[in-house]
Design a protein around this ligand. Structure first.
Ligand SMILES: *Cc1c(COP(=O)(O)O)cnc(C)c1O
Length: 435
């Protein structure tokens, strides 16, 4: 399978798309054409790695990784992805729990797969590949966890000092020597700018062999499609009905993976994007005008995106707003509704939900009776509530039990280096740490 930039140019191999991350022209890589499947193609595939092996095979036909797929998938899905039916009398709904990985959020799947692929393609103990990642919270932890202790690979995580929660900070700073965690005096934008400067600096780039692991890498989308494929197949096998999905959405990475699975023929019904108060996508569907803007802060902070970069990919794969709004639903859920939802979920279901997940459950509650009667719904739970305990616990009045993966991380010693937001400070910190 070959990939092209959303902005044109000549096709590249999957391996090049994985290593480059973003195309030279600034565009995003999309597959030249999507393979097409019938449900019978998955006969005998009963687990996510087995479903993933079938779904991803066409993408990897001419990849150097082709023969390593079983091992790569075993590494990626080293934790369970559970589907839990919700106790409701109002139609069928289940929660797809994507948060049982090392940092308790769905980004562990994409980061784990990308790490498994990149370390095989580019890992070199004599001249390690150095992944630079700027993070406002969740992404950096998932990337650090995924590359932690991988031979021939290094990670530099840059996060804004004092602007991530205590638990998030710990997830960014508790790794082995191949991960350098830098607490930057500045905002997230300063961290991002530093990464850009470093990638563009010829001296630093030749010394460290830089790469980035941002969310627009196709290597993060492909494995995400597999949990939608598996969930829809399991539901279809047992009920004969195609489930609909409601997906908390920020940068559109997770939702695009579901859309791709449906395009490839998986038995998926309606797809609804649940956004927070950042209304760029709902406004686009309503007005047909694409107006990216600065993000606003919300309780569902990992979805605070005003310019969702994967929209360029979605438009290039499916079409513009006129097309998109016919095949996708979209909602916007504000902070007041998120708070009310977290309280209501705890009262009704007996467990807490994270602020991101709450946008999906709230969306489902707003559906009319017909929509619930004609479709079985799978609501996507993107993070464990214990990750956002400072928001969730005051609302429900009790402590959220720590899942074992988070407890394990929080028990590790943590260490970070504070730097000013300039390239010299970054270079010094890296030289001191890596030599
Ligand atoms: C990143 C993230 C999201 C948003 O996912 P996108 O792929 O950016 O749409 C939602 N919830 C949580 C917990 C996240 O970490």
């Amino acid at each position: 399978m070959q990939f092209v930039s959303t902005r044109g140019g000549s096709p590249v191999s999957l391996d090049a798309a994985l290593v480059n991350g973003i195309a030279d022209d600034g565009g995003l890589y999309v597959p030249i054409e999507l393979p097409s499947f019938a449900t019978a193609d998955f006969d005998g595939a009963g687990t996510i790695p087995e479903v993933a092996a079938v779904l991803l095979r066409p993408f990897f036909t001419d990849s150097a990784l082709r023969d390593d797929m079983a091992q790569i998938l075993a590494e990626t899905f080293s934790f369970p992805i559970l589907s839990t039916p919700l106790p409701t009398n109002d139609g069928h709904a289940a929660l797809l729990e994507l948060y049982h990985g090392p940092t308790a959020a769905f980004k562990d799947v994409g980061a784990g797969f990308l790490a498994a692929c990149l370390s095989r393609l580019e890992g070199d103990e004599a001249a390690p590949l150095t992944i630079l990642v700027a993070t406002s919270g969740d992404t950096g932890g998932a990337v650090a966890a995924a590359f932690n202790e991988r031979p021939g690979m290094r990670v530099v995580v840059l996060f804004p000092e004092g602007r991530v929660s205590a638990r998030q900070a710990h997830q960014l700073t508790c790794w082995s020597d191949n991960v350098l965690s830098l607490s930057v005096q500045g905002a997230f934008d300063d961290c991002q700018a530093l990464v850009k400067f470093a990638l563009a600096d010829p001296v630093l780039s030749s010394k460290y062999r830089f790469s980035s692991a941002n969310s627009i890498n196709i290597g993060r989308l492909l494995p995400q499609s597999t949990y939608y494929a598996n969930a829809s197949l399991r539901h279809y096998d047992s009920t004969g009905r195609k489930p609909g999905f409601v997906i908390p959405t920020g940068n559109l990475g997770n939702a695009l993976a579901c859309i791709m699975a449906r395009e490839m023929g998986l038995p998926i019904g309606p797809i609804v994007l649940a956004t927070n108060a950042n209304r760029t996508i709902p406004d686009y569907f309503e007005t047909l005008q694409w107006l990216p803007r600065a993000s606003v802060q919300t309780l569902a902070s990992a979805m605070d995106v005003g310019d969702p970069s994967n929209m360029e990919r979605l438009r290039s794969m499916l079409g513009d707003a006129e097309v998109l709004r016919d095949c996708l639903g979209v909602t916007s859920v504000d902070d007041t509704q998120i708070e009310a939802e977290i309280k209501r979920d705890f009262a009704e279901f007996g467990f807490a939900t994270c602020p991101h997940t709450a946008t999906a459950i709230h969306t489902w509650r707003q559906f009319d009776t017909e929509l619930r009667a004609e479709t079985d719904w799978i609501l996507v739970a993107t993070a464990h509530p214990a990750k956002f305990e400072t928001i969730v616990e005051p609302l429900i009045g009790v402590a959220v039990p720590l899942p074992k993966e988070l407890a394990e991380i929080l028990s590790r010693p943590s260490h970070s280096v504070a730097i000013n937001a300039d390239l010299d400070a970054l270079a010094v910190a890296m030289a001191e740490h890596f030599g």
